[in-house]
Ligand binder design. Sequence first.
Ligand SMILES: CC(C)=CCNc1ncnc2c1ncn2[C@@H]1O[C@H](COP(=O)(O)O)[C@@H](O)[C@H]1O
Length: 273
Amino acid sequence: MDGRQQGPDGDRTDPNVLPAEGLADEHPDERRQGPVVLRRSRMGESSTTDQRLLDSRGPTDWVHTDPWRVLRIQAEFVEGFGALAEVPHATTVFGSARTPRDHEEYSQGMRLGSALAGTGCAVITGGGPGTMEAVNRGASEAGGLSIGLGIELPFEQGLNPWVDLGVNFRYFFTRKTMFVKYAQAFVCLPGGFGTMDELFESLTLVQTKKVTKFPVVMFGRSYWQGLYDWIRDTMHASGKIGDQELGLLHLTDDVDDAVRVVQEAYAAWDATH
Ligand SMILES: CC(C)=CCNc1ncnc2c1ncn2[C@@H]1O[C@H](COP(=O)(O)O)[C@@H](O)[C@H]1O
């Protein structure tokens, strides 16, 4: 291009000759839609994009459709990744929502949270009451990074008071991704269905190498021993899992032992990342 004007048909016009008055309007009315300019018959009704966004009402059924849910799910991933991206080493601790504060398992949870924080490790829990709270409390009071990933439930319930960095999720599966993505180890304290789900999901992810070098610690011998024995004597004995899978489980009662297993996992993780 030499910078001279071209007519609509591509013919060169002489830049020194102005269009004859009346032949063309040099300042036609126009309407802008973002970067798009509309003139003459293209202008249509005049409203701005903001106006159309803010001023319109219409059917609302689309809010309850899957395409809209997909956007909400996407937003959960965006928020979760954004909030947690800079988390350093972390351990995800699962455990019962129902453990009372005066229970020994609550005290153990606090000791575990505190010991993990003492090694510079963040703790990630489900952000709820019971042993989740105990672990957050132990970590927070020891000056560590205490993270809670809450879940929308049919009954009202907020994050426990010792969550210092919290994210609330609508969907279990988005939240589960965060439990795994931002930790290098799992510890399961005694718990019910929710904890079982998380324990076996963790084991399946390790077994199928979706995550690598993740230890899974079952903390609380007297609670887990029966399940561990069944896994060894029935599941393993009948060939449903192999030696390697059985070896993924670390059964302990000792906070220092659990922390040691977790630290070994960090070292292995650091060596490969
Ligand atoms: C009192 C009560 C049932 C509260 C539920 N409030 C909850 N808040 C946050 N996470 C939860 C909750 N219930 C279950 N979970 C998830 O499931 C596990 C506990 O379930 P459970 O109590 O073991 O089966 C936790 O690790 C957590 O990730």
